[in-house]
Design a protein around this ligand. Sequence first.
Ligand SMILES: NC(=O)c1ccc[n+]([C@@H]2O[C@H](COP(=O)([O-])OP(=O)(O)OC[C@H]3O[C@@H](n4cnc5c(N)ncnc54)[C@H](OP(=O)(O)O)[C@@H]3O)[C@@H](O)[C@H]2O)c1
Length: 246
Amino acid sequence: MKVAILGGTKGMGRSLARALAERGDHVYLLGRDAEDLERSAKDLAVRGENRFEVQHGPCDLGEPEKFGSALDAASDSLGGLDLVVLTAAIYGDQAELEEDTERARQLLVLNFANTVAFCEEARKRLLAKGGGTLCVFSSVAGDRGRKPIGIYGASKAGLSAYLEALDHKFRSEGLVTICVKPGFVKTGMTAGLQPPPFAGEPDEVAAIVVKAIDKKTPLVYAPGIWRYVMLVIKNLPRFVMRRINF
Ligand SMILES: NC(=O)c1ccc[n+]([C@@H]2O[C@H](COP(=O)([O-])OP(=O)(O)OC[C@H]3O[C@@H](n4cnc5c(N)ncnc54)[C@H](OP(=O)(O)O)[C@@H]3O)[C@@H](O)[C@H]2O)c1
């Protein structure tokens, strides 16, 4: 597959980019840090059996006006696009976001409005050539309004709803939309946070997501146990949610 990935330099995105390169997919990295992109591209290039050269290009989630040209550059370099992956996002501590309304607004813009704008540019390009797959990382944090992650969770709740609608609307035209909902996964994003039970590793998530891409599964929890954890949380009454700090 010809794959463009935004967020493939770190965490789960890096693990996923590696897994795809290792099985022979052609990967194009999008990101905002040129040195990081160069280093990651070299790392990916030696992973595939055929040792493809891995190209990269600039794309900042904060600059939506450049999303279309960034995806076009990826498509030109790869000779088309079969799969677009978006793992990039930011996290914010709830207490800090409650103190700093501007930071909260920025997080909502990046994780929701600009993420949707990126998906829209990818959608148009994939549909224009008959279809393809759009795989986007949302979060279990969007499954329920939760005290410790209310604002970050709201950005992911909106994203999950958008991705579901995209899959309903465009699957028949050949666009497969995959919404990945990681639970707690040990990456730079969660460094310094106390890992809860069932915390996952990025490589474990990547293996699950590769399978979901191949099987065209529209919604995937990773690690899988989080589907059941969230089933319980989604069914807790409000008076319990007000008391617990989850
Ligand atoms: N880790 C978890 O427990 C967890 C749980 C649920 C959902 N998720 C979601 O899963 C996804 C991946 O998370 P992760 O833990 O792997 O994150 P991570 O290790 O922090 O990596 C995030 C990636 O996003 C990129 N990024 C951030 N801001 C960007 C911007 N403005 N423009 C372009 N790229 C930007 C980063 O690039 P730079 O190096 O340039 O910043 C990095 O490559 C995210 O959507 C996250 O919300 C994570």
